[in-house]
Design a protein around this ligand. Structure first.
Ligand SMILES: CC(C)(COP(=O)(O)OP(=O)(O)OC[C@H]1O[C@@H](n2cnc3c(N)ncnc32)[C@H](O)[C@@H]1OP(=O)(O)O)[C@@H](O)C(=O)NCCC(=O)NCCS
Length: 144
C-alpha cells in the first residue's frame, strides 16, 4: 500500500538513489546531505515522500520565500507512474502553502523535459512565456 509522509533527512540516501535512477533529474551540490538538511529545517511541512512499504518511490520538495512557493524534485519511480502519485504529492505542497497564506507557486522545468511539461500543463499550470529566467552562480562548482 502506498503512503505519503513528510520527508526527513534520514531519507536522503534513498532520495539520491531515486534521483540518480530517474532520467531527467540532475543531482547537484544543492542536493548534498547538509544542504538538504537546512532546506528541510527552513521549510517544515512542505516536503514529502511516497512509500511502498519501506521503499521510497516518489518525492516532492517545496520551499517559499514568504511570498511565492517553489516546487522542485517532483519525482516518481518509473514503475509507479500514471496512478496519481505525482498529483497527490504536489497537492500536499499546494495545500500546505495555502495554509500559510501562499497562493502562487512556481516550478522550473527544462524545455526538453516533455513528460514534465505535459504533466504541468495538463494540471492547469500556466506556461510563462512572458519572462526569462536568469541565474547567477557564486560557486566555483558549475553544478552548484
Ligand atoms: C512528472 C512525474 C513526477 C509524474 O508522476 P506520476 O506519478 O506519473 O503523475 P500522475 O500519475 O499524477 O500523472 C501522470 C499521468 O498519469 C495519468 N494518470 C493518473 N492516474 C491514472 C490512472 N489511474 N490511470 C491512467 N492514467 C492515470 C495522469 O492523467 C497524467 O497524465 P498526463 O501527464 O498525460 O496528464 C513523473 O513522470 C516523473 O517522475 N518524471 C521524471 C522526473 C521529472 O521530470 N520530474 C519533473 C521535474 S519538474
Amino acid at each position: 500500500m502506498m503512503i505519503m509522509r513528510e520527508m526527513t533527512i534520514n531519507d536522503h540516501e534513498s532520495l539520491l538513489e531515486l534521483f540518480s535512477n530517474t532520467p531527467g533529474v540532475t543531482v547537484r551540490e544543492a542536493d548534498s546531505r547538509e544542504a538538504t538538511k537546512s532546506y528541510l529545517l527552513r521549510n517544515p511541512g512542505l516536503n514529502y515522500v511516497a512509500l511502498d512499504g519501506e521503499r521510497i518511490i516518489g518525492c516532492v520538495m517545496c520551499g517559499h520565500d514568504g511570498r511565492r512557493g517553489y516546487l522542485q524534485h517532483l519525482v516518481v519511480n518509473e514503475q509507479y507512474r500514471k496512478s496519481g502519485i505525482g498529483h497527490s504529492l504536489f497537492k500536499k505542497c499546494i495545500n500546505s502553502l495555502e495554509k500559510i497564506g501562499i497562493a502562487k507557486t512556481h516550478i522550473f522545468v527544462f524545455k526538453n523535459n516533455d513528460l514534465a511539461n505535459t504533466f504541468w500543463s495538463n494540471r492547469g499550470w500556466k506556461l510563462r512565456e512572458d519572462l526569462n529566467m536568469y541565474s547567477y552562480n557564486a560557486s566555483s562548482n558549475s553544478n552548484a
